[in-house]
Design a protein around this ligand. Structure first.
Ligand code: UDX
Length: 519
């Protein structure tokens, strides 16, 4: 983790309304005995209900609260239940004046399963169910004593419908797109891919016949050696009415232009060209990242965390016990990736054969159930004994703590945007094994543009895994160059959120803009 170059107390300028109090027992904070001033701007945050979205939203929420705004953070009922189970009551109760949690249904059948929900079904269900619930919530908050009326909604880019609902209620409305700027710029060009005839694909042979290698070099702001396969995977369809294709086009063509502004979790130095192109189309774009520990230090409202799985707290102690710095390969494929049992075996064999110590996170719902599930972790026979002392497998961890640990030297990642950004901020180079969405774009940029990654083949076998780990963790020129680049991006990330840095300036500009409208 980069060392803060100024103390949070300096970076944060908590206003009067942001004083800490004891946690309330109710889910939403009980109204303060002293009624909140009705002039306090009240911002309602509505993340898409998946881990990679809720995390940056909570960091943004804390940063805004620390700057004196009244914050309502909206979880779905499903995720609220999961947080209660993984983190306890503290994660979903107000921990300070002016910070409350509320819930709305997500539109899917009720489930208490602690696993990632079906992303496709969730997209459709939230679009159908949530606008009405959002309206009801805003109206109810407006009638709640001691709570200033909601003045502004910040919704996830994947919840673009909220912009129209908020505008109908006369509120400010912003969209926070949680992917990278390069990923978002790809989404902004989905309609062009359709108009130019790239998408939908003519037939299914196009998935494998080399068509995905077609160059796409006409997008201003993107690297010139971009290929069709580097676009978010939702373009890989033969159906012009494909749900994810059409939802993404609608978000970019109808929802984003209707918003008062766009928020992104990246930083100027990292993605300048893509950001310039985005600002051409959406001038009121705020670039606030990395929304990491400098913007939202763990010490600020520490009980408020958003891990949907219970973290295994053996990880840091295990890393502490590793004598050598930068010696551990950290393996984590995020919150959505699923793998087959065969892939698990190949990764296990490759990691064991590579010889480096490794910390491998395997979510309880990560291995695809192919009907051959005997309930055991699908690793080779004798694997546990073979790697005893140099390999730790857990179900979930505090990823920022792991990436920031001195012992961690490489990250085998699915290239989710949060993971990629967290890795850049920690100065850790990556082996990239993207799974879906704009992870493929992030992978291409990490390898080709930022110089911090090596791409692994989709069907990587044990030999390829072993060779890749040996290369990244070894002392060859390529690995050394990647480590140098990663250290440079870390330094630039710290600068972006430090006093006078580009992201801190945009955060101030955003707060000033929304603070103009009082409750
Ligand atoms: C996916 C996409 O890849 C992402 O780019 C997109 O915008 C949203 O959906 P996900 O699989 O959740 O996201 O990955 P990622 O974006 O990396 O987010 C995972 C988050 O969970 C990170 O903030 C990471 O720190 C956290 N995490 C993950 C943990 O805290 N512990 C873990 O063990 C694994």
């Amino acid at each position: 983790m980069p060392a803060p170059i100024q103390s949070p107390a300096v970076f944060f300028q908590p206003a009067e309304s942001a004083r800490h109090t004891r946690a309330s027992k109710s889910m939403a904070m009980a109204p303060s005995s002293k009624p909140a001033k009705t002039t306090t701007p009240h911002i309602l945050l509505l993340p898409y209900p998946a881990q990679g979205h809720v995390n940056p939203f909570l960091r943004l929420a804390k940063a805004l609260h620390a700057r004196g705004l009244h914050v309502t953070f909206v979880h779905t009922e499903h995720n609220h239940g999961r947080l209660l189970r993984s983190r306890g009551l503290g994660a979903v109760t107000g921990a300070a004046d002016g910070f409350r949690f509320e819930t709305i249904p997500d539109g899917l059948p009720r489930s208490e399963h602690d696993a990632t929900q079906d992303i496709w079904a969730l997209c459709e269900a939230t679009r159908r169910a949530c606008p009405a619930h959002l309206r009801e919530l805003v109206e109810r908050l407006g009638r709640t004593e001691g709570v200033p009326p909601v003045t502004c909604v910040v919704a996830d880019g994947a919840m673009g419908f909220a912009v129209h609902a908020a505008k109908d209620m006369g509120l400010l409305a912003y969209l926070f797109f949680t992917p990278s700027a390069c990923g978002f710029l790809c989404y902004l060009n989905f309609d062009q891919l359709v108009k130019r005839g790239y998408v939908p694909f003519r037939d299914e042979s196009y998935f494998t016949n080399g068509y995905l290698d077609s160059p796409v070099d006409w997008i201003t702001g993107m690297i010139s050696n971009l290929r069709l396969r580097d676009f978010p995977t939702f373009i890989r369809t033969t159906d012009a009415d494909d749900v994810m294709l059409t939802i993404n086009i609608k978000q970019c063509e109808l929802d984003a232009p209707a918003a008062d502004g766009i928020l992104l979790n990246t930083y100027d130095d990292l993605e300048r060209a893509a950001l310039d192109a985005i600002r051409e189309r959406l001038p009121n774009t705020f670039v606030l990242g990395p929304l990491g520990p400098e913007v939202s230090p763990p010490s600020y409202l520490p009980s408020l965390t958003s891990s949907l799985w219970k973290e295994d707290d053996r990880c840091v102690a295990w890393l502490d016990a590793q004598a050598a710095d930068c010696s551990v390969m950290y393996v984590n494929f995020g919150s959505i990736t699923v793998v087959t049992r065969d892939q698990m075996v190949e990764f296990a064999r490759g990691l064991a054969d590579a010889g480096s110590p490794f910390l491998w996170v395997v979510r309880p719902d990560m291995v695809r159930d192919d009907g051959d599930d005997d309930g055991k972790m699908p690793v080779p026979d004798g694997f546990a004994e073979e790697v005893a002392g140099r390999g730790l497998m857990v179900g979930w961890c505090d990823q920022e703590a792991v990436l920031g640990h001195r012992a961690t030297g490489g990250f085998l990642s699915h290239c989710g945007w949060n993971s990629t950004l967290e890795s850049l901020c920690a100065g850790v180079p990556m082996l990239c094994w993207p799974f879906f969405s704009e992870q493929v774009t992030n992978c291409r940029y990490a390898c080709e543009e930022w110089g911090v990654g090596v791409q692994m083949p989709r069907e990587a076998g044990r030999g390829e895994v072993e060779a890749a780990v040996r290369e990244l963790m070894g002392d060859g020129d390529k690995a050394a160059a990647m480590r140098r680049k990663a250290a440079e991006w870390k330094e630039k990330a710290v600068r972006a959120v430090a006093a006078g840095g580009s992201s801190q300036r945009d955060l101030k500009r955003f707060v000033d803009e929304i603070a103009r409208v009082k409750g």
